[in-house]
Write a protein of this length. Sequence first.
Length: 33
Amino acid sequence: MTINLQKGQKIDISLIKDRDQGHNREMHGEQTN
């Protein structure tokens, strides 16, 4: 899932997604999304 906003922005989204996944895993315990 990549949003085409600006060059380099997709990288930011990737980082945010990775961070979100980690946060979600901590919140919901051990769940794979």
